[in-house]
Write a protein that binds this ligand. Structure first.
Ligand SMILES: [Zn+2]
Length: 212
C-alpha cells in the first residue's frame, strides 16, 4: 500500500491522543450532527490551518478552503459553485452565526496575481480564479514607492475586505447580515510569528489580537 507513511503515523498519534480524549464528543457529534457557530473561509495554504490557529475541537468550525480564501460574487450560472454551495449549507442549514474570512501573509495566490506569473497549466485555473482579486488591486492602487513585500501584504488584506463585500452579494446571506443574524469578520494570519490580526470594518485597518 502506497498510502503516505506520514499520514499513517499521524493517524496513529490521533487515535492514541486526541481521539482517546475526545471520543465522547465524536460519538455525540455522530449521533446529533454538527452545529458549528463559525464558518471560516481560508486559503489552501498548508501553513494556515484554521483548526490549528483557533485550537478548534471537532464540530466547532465549518471550513471552506480555496486558493487565496476567495468568494466569487453571487451568480447562478450553470457551472459548478463550490464556495456558494458551502455558503448555502453553512448559512442555510447549519445556521452559522459568524463567517470569518481568514487571509494570510505570503499567499501564493496573491503573489501569482501581483507578479502576473505565467499560467502554470494550459487551463490556467489559478489565473482565472485569481482575477477575482482585481477589485482588491484597484483598492490598493499603484505600487509607487511601496516595497514588494508591503504591496503583497496590502493586497492580501484588501482581498479580505473585497471578499467580505462579495459575501454581501448573496441575497439571502445579505439579509441575515443586515438583520445581525450573521456577522462577517476579516482576519489575517502572519505566518512567521503566528500573529493574528482582526479587521476593524469601520476603518479598514487590521489590528493585532492582544495576547492573553
Ligand atoms: Zn494563500
Amino acid at each position: 500500500m502506497q498510502f503516505p507513511k506520514r499520514l499513517l503515523e499521524g493517524y496513529s498519534a490521533f487515535r492514541s491522543g486526541r481521539l482517546k480524549s475526545e471520543q465522547d464528543r465524536y460519538r455525540e457529534l455522530a449521533e446529533t450532527g454538527q452545529s458549528p457557530e463559525v464558518m471560516i473561509i481560508g486559503c489552501c495554504d498548508s501553513r494556515v490551518s484554521p483548526e490549528v490557529i483557533f485550537d478548534a475541537r471537532p464540530g466547532e468550525l465549518f471550513v471552506v478552503r480555496n486558493v487565496a480564501n476567495l468568494v466569487p460574487p453571487y451568480e447562478t450560472g450553470g457551472t459548478y459553485h463550490g464556495v456558494s454551495a458551502a455558503l448555502e449549507f453553512g448559512v442555510g442549514v447549519l445556521k452559522v452565526k459568524h463567517i470569518v474570512v481568514l487571509g494570510h501573509a505570503h499567499c501564493g495566490g496573491v503573489k501569482a496575481f501581483a507578479e502576473e506569473t505565467m499560467p502554470i497549466s494550459p487551463g490556467d485555473f489559478i489565473g482565472r480564479w485569481m482575477s477575482l482579486i482585481a477589485p482588491a488591486a484597484e483598492r490598493v492602487g499603484p505600487r509607487d514607492s511601496m516595497s514588494h513585500a508591503e504591496y503583497l501584504e496590502r493586497m492580501e488584506k484588501a482581498s479580505v475586505v473585497n471578499t467580505l463585500e462579495n459575501l454581501k452579494t448573496f441575497p439571502r446571506l445579505n439579509k441575515l447580515i443586515e438583520r445581525g443574524d450573521v456577522k462577517v469578520h476579516g482576519a489575517y494570519f502572519g505566518v512567521a510569528l503566528g500573529e493574528l490580526s482582526v479587521l476593524d470594518q469601520e476603518t479598514g485597518e487590521f489590528w493585532p489580537v492582544k495576547r492573553a
